[in-house]
Design a protein around this ligand. Structure first.
Ligand code: DX5
Ligand code: ZN
Length: 217
């Protein structure tokens, strides 16, 4: 019942020309821009922090979907709010009071997202579903772009969609990792509507075609 959203992941962009890359994504038809924040602790990679979010925010008005793969999202939250995030997603597996963090995200005027690693069952999200605008089901183990889609996550997406319908909830269901036109179709059938795609969009020969293919998949 939500419209399909395509969110190119900046992680796959050319960092030496970030502003041009964001503009390219917007012209290609991106609905949201997905920003992967990694702290070298929650995941085995370091990407960028609030300064990057702010740079993107100052350049344009596209909706910023900020995915925090960091151990202490509660501690860094105010900096990402100030940087211009529209939606902030935190992991249920991170070291924080999830209920409190989600409440603070909404209190700050942002939309709140909750992410589940591939190994984390849907049940781990149930206590928080009334507090969120988006449930992110990771379709790779987070940390790196360019990994292969894990089809074993599809039943979790189905469970999230079924639960949402049965309980009159309205959260987006987002997928992230190994998404292209083929895997977006599988996720869409399972009930996902927000498609994060890094390599398959920024590194496509024709980004507008790639975004359109994912949207209609
Ligand atoms: C994975 C990140 C993803 C990543 C997706 O840890 O959360 O957002 O950028 O990259 P692709 O689409 O290349 O798998
Ligand atoms: Zn992500």
């Amino acid at each position: 019942f939500h419209d399909r959203v395509v969110a190119p992941s900046l992680l796959a962009a050319d960092f030496s020309r970030v502003r041009e890359e964001v503009t390219r994504a917007i012209h290609a038809g991106a609905d949201w821009l997905h920003l992967d924040v990694m702290d070298g602790h929650f995941v085995d990679n370091i990407s960028f922090g609030p300064a990057m979010v702010q740079t993107v925010h100052e350049t344009n008005d596209i909706f910023l979907d900020v995915h925090l793969m960091i151990s202490r999202p509660d501690h860094y939250l105010p900096r990402f709010v100030a940087a211009g995030a529209d939606l902030i997603t935190v992991h249920v597996e991170a070291d924080h009071d999830v209920c409190d963090t989600l409440g603070r995200i909404r209190d700050a005027g942002c939309q709140a997202g909750l992410a589940l690693n591939p190994a984390t069952p849907f049940e781990a999200a149930i206590p928080y579903l009334k507090q969120i605008d988006l449930l992110l089901c990771m379709t790779v183990v987070p940390g790196f772009g360019g990994q292969a889609f894990m089809s074993e996550v599809l039943p979790k997406i189905e469970a999230a969609a079924k639960y949402r319908a049965e309980h009159g909830l309205a959260y987006h269901i987002e997928v992230d990792g190994g998404i292209d036109a083929r895997t977006a179709a599988l996720c869409g059938q399972a009930g996902a509507n927000a498609m994060v795609a890094g390599s398959s969009t920024f590194r496509a020969p024709d980004m507008a075609y790639a975004v359109a293919e994912i949207r209609s998949a």
